[in-house]
Design a protein around this ligand. Structure first.
Ligand code: URA
Length: 462
């Protein structure tokens, strides 16, 4: 993954560290449910005052929001009340069911092989879906993986795969079934259609701009409504913890993981969760085509140790949940996972043999001292990759396929002053200054460190 011919390379060091609503609001929005008059303001007031919402209230408000009867400002107020007051397990399960009912639910029960999927809550350099989906398909499962595009410092799986010439994220449901049923392919990674939990799409966009993302019941129901509607029989969750994840502490991650495992099981989906570390980026790359290249290295039997470890750990969990008795390490080693990767990419129009795009400009960041690298902050690297053009600030923006950050050393490695630590890749060299600012203070080199890098797999729930 060095520089391609014609790349303009520069060399640099990092900069230094741097009360009750008025009655008028109730107008007209009422309905009858279970003999009780329902309206948005009464539902908001119930939750605002710490009450437990009834099943009718939840069904009515989610359905009303989907149909445009409950206004965005009312749903925003309710989301804030939920963030502040929480929801019980029963409320969260009902809220999830209502979000699923806002659209259609896929059904793969007639497929000849067991379905199993993985969901990650998102981290820097998290390319695990790319080697994992074909690996688990090669073990005999069908993997229907509906994925998203990246927003902010974490990359999106679809953005990564779209860097492969010809590859397309839109797959019709009938074609999805054909791919999943084909024993030579068995995995599909595609965009969720508009009919899958539409209430979640609208609510997530509102939460994003109203400071209401950080609610465990809302996050759990948002993720699980999409995964349950996707029709998978089993699910393995990878809940990221650390400075590069949106959950910073193990306690928060355990709470979210437990809520999601309960929601999955209540809905009849076999679900387990792993809590995994996200203080340091996964692997040695963060950026779309850079991460595809690293994933192909893993499928070819090489690749960074942490990416291989997490891929195999998640694959073992998925294979077990699918009821298969296969060792994923053998399937990776004997090339069957690579065969499925080629088939999976071709099934969605991509050319797995085509050269991946590279950025036109690079800049090398060098070590300022000699010692052991003890910290490489995932958030700093994620923000730098985003500034370089690998991610987007707003939904719908284009991303650069070749942009990102390549890491030449990881925590635990000995480095020598002046050696390359990072290579920054972009088509827009004006972005280097911003990326370098994001990286300020993200690297620590110590001469006599005490302790080793922490474990990658922190806990298992389920
Ligand atoms: N991802 C989701 O899909 N929903 C959330 O609420 C948070 C992360």
């Amino acid at each position: 993954m060095g520089n391609s011919p014609g790349t303009n390379e520069r060399s640099t060091h990092l900069p230094p560290v741097a009360s009750a609503s008025p009655p008028a609001a109730e107008s007209g929005l009422t309905a009858r449910g279970g003999g009780t008059a329902l309206n948005a303001v009464s539902v908001i007031r119930s939750k605002r005052d710490g009450g437990e919402l009834t099943d009718q209230q939840i069904d009515w408000v989610v359905d009303g929001f989907t149909r445009g009867i409950v206004a965005d400002e009312q749903m925003s107020a309710l989301a804030m009340a939920i963030l502040l007051r929480g929801m019980t397990r029963r409320e969260t399960a009902r809220w999830t069911a209502a979000m699923i009912a806002s659209g259609s639910r896929m059904d793969f029960t007639d497929l000849p092989r067991p379905t199993v999927d993985k969901h990650s809550t998102g981290g820097v350099g998290d390319k695990i879906t790319l080697p994992l989906a074909p690996l688990v398909a090669a073990c005999g499962a069908a993997v229907p993986q509906l994925s998203g595009r990246g927003l902010g410092h974490t990359g999106g799986t679809l953005d990564k795969l779209e860097s492969i010439p010809g590859w397309r994220a839109d797959v019709s449901v009938p074609r999805m079934r054909e791919i999943l049923a084909d024993p030579a392919i068995g995995a599909v990674v595609c965009a969720a259609g508009a009919e899958l939990a539409p209430a979640d799409k609208r609510l997530y966009a509102l939460r994003d701009v109203t400071g209401t993302v950080e609610s465990i019941p809302l996050i759990a129901s948002s993720i699980m409504s999409k995964k349950i509607a996707e029709g998978t029989a089993a699910l393995v969750l990878d809940v990221k913890v650390g400075c590069g994840a949106f959950l910073k502490t193990l306690d928060e991650a355990r709470e979210l993981a437990t809520a999601m495992v309960e929601l999955g099981r209540d809905a009849g989906v076999r679900t387990v969760a792993l809590l995994t570390a996200m203080d340091t980026p996964l692997g040695r790359t963060a950026g779309n085509a850079l991460e595809v290249a690293e994933s192909v290295e893993v499928l070819a039997g090489g690749g960074p140790a942490d990416v291989v470890e997490l891929t195999l750990t998640l694959a073992r969990e998925m294979v077990e949940q699918a009821g298969l008795d296969v060792d994923p390490a053998r399937v990776l080693a004997d090339g069957r996972a690579m065969d499925h990767w080629h088939a999976m990419i071709r099934a969605q129009g991509g050319d797995p043999a085509a050269a991946l795009p590279t950025a036109r400009h690079t800049e090398i960041v060098r070590a300022e001292s000699t010692g052991v690298l003890t910290r490489l902050d995932a958030m700093g690297v994620g923000l730098a990759a985003w500034r370089l053009g690998a991610g987007r600030a707003r939904q719908g923006e284009a991303v650069q396929a070749g942009a990102g950050v390549e890491m030449h050393a990881k925590p635990g490695d000995t480095v020598v002053a002046g050696q390359p630590l990072l290579t920054l890749h972009t088509d827009t060299p004006d972005a280097f200054a911003d990326a370098l600012r994001s990286l300020a203070g993200t690297v620590t080199i110590e001469t006599n460190p005490d302790g080793k890098p922490g474990e990658l797999i922190l806990d298992r729930i389920g």
